[in-house]
Design a protein around this ligand. Sequence first.
Ligand code: ACO
Length: 422
Amino acid sequence: MPETITITDNRTGDSIEIPIVNNGVSAAEWSKLLPGIWFFDPGFMATAACESAITYLDGEAGILRYRGYPIEQLAEQSTFLEVAYLLLYGELPTKEQFEHWKREITYHTFIHENVRKRFLEGFHYDAHPMGMLVSAVAALSTFYLDAKGIFDHESRQKQIIRLIAKMPTLAAAAHRFSVGMPFVYPDNSLDFTSNFLSMMWKVAEPRFEANPVLARALDILFILHADHEQNCSTTAMRVVGSSHADPYSATAAAAAALYGPRHGGANEQVIKMLMEIGHVDNVPAFIEEVKAGSERLMGFGHRVYKSYDPRAKIIKRTADEVFEVTGKNPLLDIALKLEEIALQDEYFLSRRLYPNVDFYSGLIYQAMGFPLEMFPVLFAIPRTVGWLAHWQELLDQDSKLARPRQVYIGPDARDYVPMSQR
Ligand code: ACO
């Protein structure tokens, strides 16, 4: 059977045969037959905007792999910093490569004093930490003028390291400011995740010792959130990156896309939903409301996954380990009951609605003491790696400027009417 499709223009009878390559058909070929006729695809539901070798996702089978490695193996055996290297450079690092990488990240965690003093402290006292993060990342472009050299290999690597290293510092600084606590400087003797926890929670102790179970749990959550192929924020990164903007400006755009409740904000919605349900006894009635269409079961369903999100399985296990330390999040029983009922109910089964990554992650963050406003920030820290991996890949591919077409549905040409005659 030929691996091709044939398109016929019924107005003229002309046909064109287009090869199917890697599950894609070239739109450029289509345009040869039909110049000026565009694919109408709002939300890019059926459009592949690039070729990518970073993350493989099969939503039907519930498979997620970074550079070919199953997410389950990485979550179990790897660390966030090692996964970051893998995503960015395509291979797991050797011991030497890893030591160098870890050192580079560790020694770039400090932010310029003016970023903190003039930018972060300039916000209103009740500023949302995610809004502060988006703005602070954009501001970094004004501190690193060499960042414009995006085709200079050395400069590009420097900005990648700076962004990954400074993100937790900015994130923690945004939190500390929003609760009126003094800024905590990075501690270069700590690993990536423990350092972030130190900057978040340190009070008067000379050295903050993160609970190793909690630090490891957060590291696993960072691994699970590091990349997810062409999601909304990564697409924003690629679109802005395609104009050859500097990486700080592109990352700020990606973080802004992540800020929205449809993307990075769903785990917060899950917690709000669980608090609203309030008690396990209220779960059956809530499920009925969801089925009647007056409520939505947050943390369930996914645009791409039509079976159990593989990340949700790992998070559920991690949650048990975290609750052993923090005590059980009282909302857990409600979440478990919701899942139990939904996974047996025809409504959810027939629509292939399963728990996604956000169903349990918020419960873990909450049990660890993070306020709800920090949830999208906690997503942005690891996803910075994915954004940068895609940005780098895009620049190496000699890609085109992102500039889609439209289907125009406005008025035809008409003459200007002076205001006095309207
Ligand atoms: N609760 C109840 N019904 C749902 C849910 C849900 N969470 N999700 C989908 N459905 C129903 C829809 O009502 C629709 O039913 P219908 O065919 O009778 O009209 C059917 O399932 C298909 O749903 P769509 O909205 O067409 O699916 P889509 O792929 O557009 O939506 C989305 C995916 C937005 C994630 C959706 O499932 C949802 O809103 N889930 C809750 C929010 C959430 O958890 N988002 C996080 C996603 S993971 C992430 O971004 C990190």
